[in-house]
Every structure is written in structure tokens, then in C-alpha cells.
Design a protein around this ligand. Structure first.
Ligand code: FAD
Ligand code: DLZ
Ligand code: SF4
Length: 527
């Protein structure tokens, strides 16, 4: 008989492991273990979501006739298991001592993170004294090998071209070989600020099961030192933990959020004025489910395409959403597997500032940052523009060490796994990969935030100044960043205009801006 290990981010009925194994003969192993739960200080809600979703999934497998050996966190700890391989070793022993039919092989699906996959490929077979077979994770649309072939020989890797391949491969929003609407990408229509033209989406809450409640208690007791609050999980306003609830979230998204998704994709709004829906705008909130397997990327994209074909949503909304999944999501995964493990150590801009304490306590006078941290700690969520253009932009402009800021993003979001977080943070935000993921850094002054949000209207800082003592820190830090990295970026055609703007300022103004930036850098924790 074979043992099939299913990981916390592999909770899909279609998983290769389940297709390879035989419910009559083989045994599924699942385990909550300290090593996975603490390799970073995961947000409490991320642990609660995963443990609860794992328990519900194990119960579903049992109902479907599978034999499942499930170790909950307290069992793992009391049996002295730290890691998944400890669990497997003990389960092999247990099965071999109780059955005539001995364990002949360990089976699993390629895992999401290099850290674990490396251990599986290089150590597990020796540690367990058994063959370990790893099957491709075909819930993704492309394989790491296909990406490597596509990337080979290209001078620059651009998501847009990879995305077109994925459109062709999936046939989503295609008519023969041509994109529907005659255009691959409608991104230029997706830049509006939110002026309350349409109401924000209604809330969706989930009924909490006994399992959710037991897990919440466990997390409060065992992970009290981890960041984040549990309230929105406990009251059901944050995360789904079953396949059925995740499908409810998908339906809610298609009906209430997708119609306006593209248009307001880059918008941000203060929550005090509009309640909790402001924290999510029209984003889908589906990433935690897609990443842990409760929803599959193709079914989510097919639902969006179907809504377009039924006339429920405009083409630019469906295309914009599908691009995020078969474009960005697949592209960053390809980058990850193509360039790991070297990728994780890159520091192209040689940034060495320690992560400012504000990233953990969230207390600051900068209203935009305060809003993003509040959302992050309350819900284990922030939408893409909050991550990229506020907290990410601040880390870039202040020169935070990329590995430290990556660990932060990996910890605080319910959807965070190394394969998707790392390229987004190290590549897209920090430009630490020398431009592999983006041709220029996404650096921006407070003007961008003022244009895309109402944050600046509620802030003590003056977004129209870069040099006054109460000037918006993003403004002076932006110019300081450009000056610090003049050599790398001055010749970049997409950035040279900014250098010319700075050079045209009079000397007194330039000096005042740089001096204000230096004060901000010295006093980051007081901003
Ligand atoms: P929506 O805006 O509704 O987007 C729809 C879906 O598209 C998402 O659910 C997600 O599956 C996919 N998607 C969108 N943008 C990206 C992207 N850039 N990369 C990969 N998939 C994308 N996403 C994660 O899933 N896990 C992470 O750990 C993660 N870390 C990030 C760190 C930083 C610094 C940044 C800038 C982005 C990160 N992202 C990450 C990408 C993106 O911010 C989240 O996928 C998105 O905010 C999730 O919320 P949503 O489901 O409401 O997304
Ligand atoms: C994120 C996570 C956490 C918090 N806990 C577990 C766990 O106890 N058991 C498990 O199998 N998986 C967990 N995960 C998800 C894993 O970290 C993830 O499967 C690997 O990093 C591979 O992507
Ligand atoms: Fe953020 Fe600056 Fe606007 Fe304040 S003024 S909200 S710090 S961008």
C-alpha cells in the first residue's frame, strides 16, 4: 500500500495525489505541524483558515471513502513531531506494524514552496527508506518546464506575452486564434478612482462550524505571539473554510464585484467613511482559496468568462480578472521555479535597512499606511494596490532589505506562499531582481496615492509638498530614491523624464527636498 501526503495548500478534489492513489488500498496522511505553522510568524487568521480547511477537507475525503490519518496540531506536538517528514516516518511505522500489506511508496503532488520541495527531492527518500514519487501540480495552467522553455533565449520576460500564450492554451475569451474584442488587454480602462458612482459590494459572512470554533481557540492559545486579530474570522466576516463556502464566495464575487472589478482595480478608499467593504473594494478575495486549493484557477476563470458570455459583466472586467490569474499568477510561479534558489537572495539595489517596526505595530500618522496596516492585521488581507503602492512603495523608497520585507509579506496575508509572494515582493515591489519581473520599479510619490484614493484628505501630511516639515513623506522619499539610484535608472526610457523634472528644480528646492527625506529616513518610526 502507498501513503499519500496532502499538504495544507493542496485541498482540491482533482489533486494528482488523489488520482494516482486507490481509496480501497492506500492511506492519505494530513498533518498540522509546528515547522509549517511557524517557519514565519503567520497571521493568526492564515493558520486558522488553513487548519480548519484541512480538517474539513479530511472529513470530505473520509466521507468519499478514503482512509485518512490526520494529526491535529496538539497531537503532532504531543507525539514530538516537528515536521511533515516526522509525521510520515511515524505513520509508516504505525502502518507497517498493524498491516500485512506494508508501505511501499510515498506519493505526493509537487509542493508550492522550494524550501519543502528541496527537502522532499533530496532527503525524504533516505530519511524514510522508501521511494517518494512527486506528481506535477496540474491545477496550474502551465508547468515550470513549459515556463522555462518559453523564457529560454528571451532578453526580457514580460507577463503580457506569457499571458497571450495562456489565453491561447486555455481558449479563455478567444475566438479561434484571436482575442475577443480584438484586444488582448484592456488595462488602460482600469485606472479609475472611486467616487461612489456605484455602491460598494454587500458583505458576505460565513456560518462558523464547530471545527472553525475549535481551531480559533487553538490558534488563540498556541499562536498568541503571532500577528493579527481573530475577530473577523470568528464572526464569520473574513474567510471561508470549506469548498462549499468558497464556492459561495465565488458566486458573490461574480455577481457583486466582477462587474466593477477592472474599473476600480487600482482604487483605494478609507474605511472609516464607508465601512469594511472599503477594505476590499471590488476585489475578489479569492486568492486564499485558489492558493490552498478550495477553488481551482480554471474554474474561477471559467466563471468570469461565463458571466461575460451571459452579458452579466463587460469584457474589460472579465479580461482584467482572468489576466490576473492566468497571466500574473502563472507568470510569477514560472519566475519562482525558474530562478530559485538564487532568486530569494537577490538584492539588486543593495538595500540594507532593517524592516521598520511600524510594519508590525501599524501605528503611524501616515493615513494611507495606517489604513493598509489596519486592514492587514484585522483581516490578513490587503488588496494589490495597497500592497504594491503603499506598504511596498514605502519599503522600496526607504530601502528596506528585500529578504526582511519578503518575510513580512509571507507572514501577514492569508494567501501568502513563497512561490507567489516572493516574486511579487522581491521582484515587483523591491526591484531586487534587476528588472526580471518589471522593466522599472513601481516607485511613486504621494501624488499617485492622492490620485487613486481619498487617503490624503484624512492625513496630517501635506501631499502637495515635498520639502515642508509636514510634507508627505512619500514625496521627498521618492526624489531621494531616484537620486540614490541615478546610475541604475537615469537611462531607463520610462524614468528619464523624472530625472529631468528633478534637475529642472532650483538648487535650494532640491536641497530642501533631500534634507526632508533624510529627516524622514532618520525618523521612520516617528512618521
Ligand atoms: P484580485 O484583485 O481579486 O485578483 C484576482 C486574483 O488574481 C487573485 O485572487 C490572485 O489569485 C490573482 N492575482 C492578482 N494579482 C496577482 C499577482 N500579482 N500575483 C499572483 N496572483 C495575482 N498574491 C498571492 O496570492 N499571495 C501572496 O503571497 C501575494 N503576495 C503579494 C505581495 C506583494 C508585495 C504584492 C504587491 C502582491 C502580492 N500578491 C500575492 C498579489 C496580489 O496582491 C494578491 O493576489 C491579491 O491582492 C489577492 O487579493 P484578491 O483575491 O482580492 O485579488
Ligand atoms: C501555511 C501552512 C501552515 C500554516 N500549516 C501547515 C500545516 O500544519 N500542515 C501542512 O501540511 N501545511 C501547512 N501550511 C501549508 C504549507 O506551508 C505548504 O503546503 C508548503 O509550504 C508548500 O507550499
Ligand atoms: Fe499617504 Fe502622503 Fe497621502 Fe498622507 S499625504 S495619506 S502619507 S500619500
Amino acid at each position: 500500500m502507498r501513503l499519500g501526503l496532502i499538504l495544507g495548500d493542496q485541498l482540491s478534489d482533482s489533486l494528482a495525489t488523489l488520482r494516482v492513489l486507490d481509496a480501497g488500498n492506500d492511506v492519505i496522511v494530513m498533518a498540522e505541524v509546528p515547522e509549517e505553522a511557524t517557519y514565519v510568524r503567520h497571521h493568526k487568521q492564515k493558520i486558522a483558515l488553513l487548519f480548519s480547511a484541512m480538517r474539513h477537507f479530511a472529513a470530505r475525503l473520509q466521507d468519499a471513502g478514503w482512509q485518512v490519518r490526520y494529526y491535529d496540531y496538539r497531537q503532532s506536538v504531543s507525539l514530538g513531531f516537528r515536521s511533515l517528514v516526522d509525521v510520515l516516518a511515524a505513520t509508516v511505522k504505525e502502518q507497517n506494524s498493524t498491516r500485512q500489506n506494508k508501505v511501499s511508496e510515498i506519493v505526493l503532488t509537487r509542493c508550492g514552496e522550494y524550501r519543502l520541495q528541496h527537502a522532499i527531492d533530496h532527503h525524504w527518500s533516505d530519511q524514510l527508506g522508501l521511494p517518494v514519487s512527486v506528481y506535477e501540480d496540474d491545477r496550474f495552467i502551465s508547468t515550470p518546464e513549459e515556463f522555462a522553455q518559453w523564457a529560454e533565449g528571451r532578453k526580457q520576460l514580460r507577463m503580457e506575452y506569457f499571458y497571450r500564450e495562456m489565453r491561447r492554451k486555455t481558449g479563455l475569451l478567444m475566438e479561434a486564434e484571436q482575442p475577443l474584442g480584438g484586444q488582448w488587454n484592456f488595462d488602460h480602462d482600469n485606472r479609475a478612482a472611486y467616487k461612489r458612482e456605484v455602491p460598494l459590494p454587500p458583505p458576505l459572512t460565513f456560518t462558523r462550524s464547530n471545527t472553525d470554533q475549535a481551531v480559533s481557540q487553538l490558534v488563540e492559545q498556541e499562536f498568541s505571539g503571532h500577528p493579527g486579530a481573530m475577530d473577523s474570522f470568528i464572526n464569520g466576516s473574513s474567510w471561508a473554510t470549506t469548498r462549499q463556502q468558497a464556492l459561495q464566495a465565488l458566486i458573490h464575487f461574480i455577481e457583486h464585484r466582477l462587474p466593477h472589478f477592472g474599473r476600480y482595480q487600482d482604487a483605494m478608499i478609507s474605511s472609516a467613511a464607508l465601512g469594511n467593504a472599503a477594505d476590499t473594494m471590488f476585489h475578489s478575495l479569492l486568492s486564499p482559496y485558489i492558493n490552498c486549493g478550495l477553488l481551482e484557477p480554471m474554474e474561477v476563470c471559467e466563471a468570469a468568462a461565463h458571466a461575460f458570455h451571459q452579458g452579466q459583466v463587460p469584457l474589460e472586467a472579465a479580461e482584467g480578472f482572468i489576466r490576473q490569474i492566468i497571466g500574473w499568477r502563472e507568470f510569477v510561479r514560472g519566475i519562482y521555479w525558474n530562478y530559485m534558489p538564487q532568486y530569494a537572495g537577490l538584492n539588486g539595489l543593495q538595500n540594507n535597512r532593517s524592516l521598520p517596526a511600524v510594519y508590525w505595530h501599524g501605528k503611524t500618522n501616515m493615513h494611507c499606511m495606517k489604513e493598509c496596516f489596519r486592514n492587514t492585521f484585522a483581516n490578513a488581507y490587503a488588496h494589490h494596490i495597497q500592497r504594491l503602492m503603499v506598504t511596498g512603495n514605502f519599503a522600496l523608497l526607504t530601502g528596506v532589505n528585500p529578504q526582511e520585507i519578503c518575510d513580512w509579506y509571507l507572514a501577514v496575508y492569508a494567501d501568502a506562499y513563497d512561490w507567489v509572494e516572493l516574486p511579487n515582493t522581491l521582484g515587483m515591489v523591491m526591484h531586487a531582481d534587476g528588472g526580471l519581473l518589471g522593466s522599472k520599479p513601481y516607485c511613486a510619490s504621494g501624488k499617485y496615492i492622492a490620485r487613486q484614493s481619498d487617503y490624503c484628505r484624512h492625513c496630517v501630511y501635506d501631499v502637495n509638498s515635498a520639502e515642508k516639515t509636514n510634507s508627505c513623506p512619500f514625496n521627498s522619499l521618492y526624489w531621494h530614491f531616484l537620486q540614490r539610484h541615478r546610475q541604475q535608472f537615469e537611462k531607463n526610457p520610462r524614468m528619464s523624464m523624472m530625472y529631468r523634472s528633478f534637475d529642472r528644480m532650483n538648487e535650494e528646492k532640491k536641497a530642501a527636498i533631500i534634507s526632508r527625506a533624510e529627516t524622514c529616513l532618520k525618523k521612520i518610526d516617528d512618521l
